[in-house]
Design a protein around this ligand. Structure first.
Ligand SMILES: [Zn+2]
Length: 213
């Protein structure tokens, strides 16, 4: 039995199995993850992302970032905001329509915009729209995200939450072979504690955390 790729505990149990993959559930952090032997290789994964229906996802991503910027500007009025959009790049034309003069957004994508220098800076906020479910090494990605946040910085995540074992069996979202990690609110409680973040919100598919000042 593999260990949990997020908290590295060995208390993992079989959770669900279909024709293509089997899934395991960690008893400690409640992550549900696909059998690591079923993970796509990087080339195949990149090809899948290249074929994804980008138009619709781009609009959703633009809405997510616009909403986040509005919220953060309300929390910190009259201040400049520098952020990083991690894992899924928004087209520059759409981004320009969203950003206010006092706002900056860098974008990192491991396949299509792999500028690693961006990961070594720190930001007022980091956004991850529909990215966490793709993490094959969630512990490593989590450390990157924490390190990229300034003290007091915000981390905003959108990922569809796993509802129940029964719902998982019928959930189309698990059928995409690039979706390998699935989260419950308890998983974000674990992550907040582990990263010394305050968990402000974790409901439906949205999570907001703040790094301690
Ligand atoms: Zn775990």
């Amino acid at each position: 039995m593999p260990h949990c790729p997020l908290c590295f505990q060995e208390q993992v149990r079989p959770f669900f199995e279909d024709r293509r993959r089997y899934f395991l559930r960690c008893e400690h952090c409640h992550l549900v993850f696909a059998n690591p032997g079923s993970y796509l290789l990087p080339d195949a994964e990149k090809q899948r992302y290249g074929h994804a229906k980008q138009g619709n996802k781009q609009k959703q991503l633009a809405r997510f970032i616009a909403m986040l910027l509005t919220q953060l500007q309300t929390l910190q009025p009259n201040s400049t905001l520098s952020g990083m959009n991690f894992g899924r790049v928004l087209a520059p034309a759409l981004l320009q329509g969203i950003l206010q003069p006092q706002q900056q957004l860098q974008q990192y994508d491991p396949f299509f915009a792999p500028c690693h220098q961006l990961l070594h800076r720190q930001y007022d906020f980091v956004s991850c729209y529909r990215v966490f479910e793709h993490f094959q090494q969630p512990a490593k990605e989590w450390q990157r995200l924490i390190q990229a946040l300034k003290s007091g910085g915000y981390l905003a995540i959108s990922t569809p939450f796993l509802q129940s074992a029964t719902a998982f069996a019928k959930w189309h979202y698990k059928n995409n072979p690039t979706h390998v990690s699935f989260y419950q609110p308890q998983t974000f409680h674990y992550l907040a504690q582990q990263g010394q973040l305050q968990l402000i919100f974790a409901q439906s598919d949205f999570v907001l955390m703040q790094k301690a000042s």
